[in-house]
Design a protein around this ligand. Structure first.
Ligand SMILES: [Zn+2]
Length: 313
């Protein structure tokens, strides 16, 4: 894999440009040439995770999810992101439910789109209070912190941050009862003729687990999984990004089935024998800022690698 060379080639011209021109351009253009590159702040993302949990259980169609969505929208706008809503009605086993994907489109120097996505709903449970610190809040928090960085700087690629509603089954997981938001978006983008713009999708899900171990999902696109896992290894995170196979059904599947290259970064090994997953124990106490930061660093560096990859012209 080629190292990210696009930055060096741009930096090369800097000495020829008068300093004043650089300073004048810094404010309006995002200023990545002169300002130090912002870094992913795991503590800030963890604060977002806690804030989302404080809204309580957040199943699709609930008032708590609506409040969480409004709060996330405000956070994104404070970061300089332009937020689009993608409301739709989903046919579920308990009747029609209103759902709404949030989409941030960050214009880049090139039209090729790299999408980073995750879900923000939590699974509906009647018997206990399920707050989904890891399963639902961690992915949304990760995207909020990525927005603070990516919306404030000039990026070579166009980047879309997508917050999916309705990832979880309303009752029991099945092709018809799951992945409502991603299935809806693939349908909509292909109708609009925009799906082909997406050259790579990085999906994050359950990446807040304090004992982070992400395995290689066999349903993901091999070249993209290689790129991300290779970057993780390069950064010294081979223990957290393990070369062990698994096969996961998640929001990337509708995209993969529609021909979009996608990789799912998911840690479905949550607590002893996965005991915390979909349980009352999916709490803030079992998540960590460090796990969010590790995934954030790997995703940001993977976006740089994608910008240098010929598959994203
Ligand atoms: Zn779940």
């Amino acid at each position: 894999m080629k190292p990210p060379k696009e930055v060096t080639s741009r930096v090369r011209v800097l000495p020829m440009i008068p300093l004043l021109v650089l300073l004048a351009g810094a404010g309006s253009a995002g200023g990545w040439r002169s300002a130090p590159a912002p870094v992913f702040d795991g503590n800030r993302a963890f604060a977002d995770l806690k804030r989302l949990v404080a809204f309580g259980p957040r199943p699709s169609g609930s008032q708590a999810l609506e409040q969480a969505r409004a709060w996330m929208r405000g956070e994104l706008e404070r970061s300089g992101c332009r937020v689009e809503e993608d409301p739709f009605r989903a046919e579920t086993p308990i009747g029609e439910l209103p759902m709404d994907n949030l989409i941030v489109k960050i214009p880049g120097e090139r039209p090729a789109v790299a999408m980073v996505a995750g879900h923000y709903d939590t699974k509906r449970f009647d018997g206990y209070r399920f707050v989904g610190a890891n399963d639902g809040a961690s992915s949304a928090a990760e995207l909020l912190e990525l927005g603070r960085i990516l919306c404030r700087r000039q990026n070579p690629l166009t980047i879309w941050l997508v917050f999916f509603d309705g990832e979880e089954a309303v009752r029991e997981w099945s092709p018809a009862d799951s992945l409502y938001g991603s299935r809806h978006l693939v349908r909509k983008l292909s109708e609009d003729g925009e799906l082909a713009r997406i050259k790579a999708m990085i999906l994050v899900d359950m990446i807040g687990d304090a004992q982070l171990d992400i395995r290689r999902d066999q349903n993901s696109t091999p070249w993209l999984a290689n790129l991300v896992f290779g970057e993780a290894r390069r950064q010294g995170y081979a223990r957290q990004f393990r070369d062990e196979p698994t096969a996961i059904d998640d929001d990337h599947i509708p995209f993969v089935n529609a021909g979009v290259s996608a990789v799912d970064l998911i840690d479905l090994d949550y607590g002893p024998a996965n005991r915390y997953w979909h349980s009352a124990e999916d709490t803030v106490a079992h998540c960590s800022p460090r796990s969010l930061a590790i995934v954030g660093r790997v995703v940001l560096a993977s976006l740089d690698r994608l910008a240098a990859d010929p598959r994203l012209p």
